[in-house]
Design a protein around this ligand. Structure first.
Ligand code: SF4
Length: 432
């Protein structure tokens, strides 16, 4: 046995997919994977840099790993490592900083004889292939993520991701279909197609493809029970995709769409290529074809120059949309992005204040949407639970339901009768 290792992951589903792949390789190489709190001999931190808060979290985790085991060897990878390796290599205990592409052969790099405290980060924007390792297991037993794409070419003015993840590049269709079949055989009832910008899937492939073609291939050639789509840009939700979701009982009627702002003038400063009227049109088209669809949005508050008026445009725009939930983020200034040097930077307190207004709106919308399904019978996939004897499950339309269940049921797809809303979530009983 090569010693104990702990992997800790921040950020998005793509990072979690990559951590699962690293864990599988470490196990295959004879390492023992242990929980972070056990003070492993080797700690791998898969970092995120989407906001200044995730940077701070990454640094905090590194210091904690060292406190748990002062002899531990710390390797940092992920998006923060990609864009600012010097800041990380200077933290005591960090022996190696790897870029996102270096995850591909991370094992050889961490086992090589090289000096401690080194940086191995390549120019990720010169990468043209989406080299994604095969996965046959996943940390979670109820659903797994499948990475289909990496990188982004959109360069929204506030976003650091294109600099951390490189150009948009797709995993070949055959490889994705095989990955889905492999995890479905492992018993996963739900898979989530993930990436950085999945709506752009296939555009870079020599043979040319599209997200629509990929989904059709997965539905035709695998027996995956439930397929969920990751975040989709509003300009990449064609009618054909909505119709396919409407027609398929295996595709989740759940659309997560980054809006970012409901003010057209702010959208322009964000370099987002649509306006609020277009966005409303997409939401209404989805609900016209799939009236019970779950629609969740990302929104940023306090973007540079955002006036009270512009914020009110966003708030009232959201108020008039039939949504299921909002993910709200106060703007975070990212060095190197165009928005970081825009005039009229909004103070943290004001951004946070606006965020809490929208989060309250999100709570109302979430309750309103969830209550529509009381007395309905829905399918859930059981995901474990907070208390002994109480489990939780997720419906295709992304509702969380509390049910009496035990941990042996985790991963099962079961019918549930929805009984009531308990103030934060739905409660139901399993149908025998
Ligand atoms: S689409 Fe915009 S927000 Fe999303 S990853 Fe690309 S640049 Fe960032």
């Amino acid at each position: 046995m090569k010693g104990t290792v702990a992997i800790t992951t921040l950020g998005c589903k793509t990072n979690r997919f990559e951590s699962a792949a690293m864990e599988e390789q470490l196990l295959g190489a004879g390492y023992e994977v242990v929980p972070f709190d056990q003070g492993a001999q080797l700690v791998i931190v898969n970092s995120c840099t989407v906001t200044s808060a995730t940077d701070a979290q990454t640094r905090k985790i590194i210091r904690r790993a060292r406190r748990l085991n002062p002899q531990t060897r710390i390797v940092v990878t992920g998006c923060y490592a990609q864009v600012d390796p010097e800041a990380l290599v200077s933290i005591p205990g960090v022996s190696l900083v790897l870029g996102n592409e270096e995850k591909r052969d991370f094992l050889a790099r961490l086992e090589s004889e090289g000096a401690e405290g080194r940086i191995e980060v390549s120019d990720i924007r010169s990468e043209s292939l989406a080299a994604v390792p095969e996965l046959s297991r996943f940390e979670d037993r109820s659903r797994a993520f499948v990475q289909i794409q990496n990188g982004c070419d959109a360069f929204c003015s506030y976003c650091i991701i294109p600099y951390a993840r490189g150009r948009s590049r797709s995993v070949p269709l055959e490889q994705v279909v095989e990955q889905v079949a492999r995890l479905s055989l492992q018993g996963f009832a739900e898979l989530v197609l993930t990436g950085i910008h999945i709506g752009g899937y296939g555009a870079d492939l020599e043979e040319g493809s599209s997200l629509l073609e990929l989904i059709r291939a997965i539905l035709d050639r695998t027996d995956i029970h439930r397929l969920r789509l990751g975040s989709l840009e509003p300009t990449e939700i064609p009618d054909e995709l909505i119709e396919l979701v409407a027609a398929s009982s295996r595709l989740c009627p759940h659309f997560h769409i980054p809006l970012q702002s409901g003010s057209d003038s702010v959208l322009q400063r964000m370099n987002r290529h649509y306006d609020s009227a277009f966005f409303r049109g997409r939401v209404e088209r989805i609900l016209e074809l799939i009236p019970d669809a779950a629609i969740g949005l990302d929104v940023i508050t306090g973007f540079p120059g955002e006036t009270d008026d512009e914020f009110e445009q966003t708030r009232s725009f959201l108020d008039t949309l039939a949504l299921s939930y909002l993910h709200v983020f106060p703007y975070s200034r990212r060095a190197g992005t165009p928005a970081a040097s825009l005039p009229g930077q909004v103070g943290g307190a004001l951004s946070k204040g606006r965020a809490s207004v929208l989060r309250a709106l999100s709570d109302q919308k979430q309750e309103l949407y969830a209550r529509r399904f009381i007395a309905e019978r829905l399918e859930i996939i059981i995901e474990g639970g907070e208390r002994t004897g109480i489990g939780r499950g997720i419906t295709p339309n992304y509702l969380s339901v509390s049910i009496p269940a035990d941990l042996s049921m985790v991963g099962e797809a079961r019918q549930v009768d929805i009984q009531h809303w308990n103030g934060t979530t739905l409660e139901g009983v399993l149908v025998n």
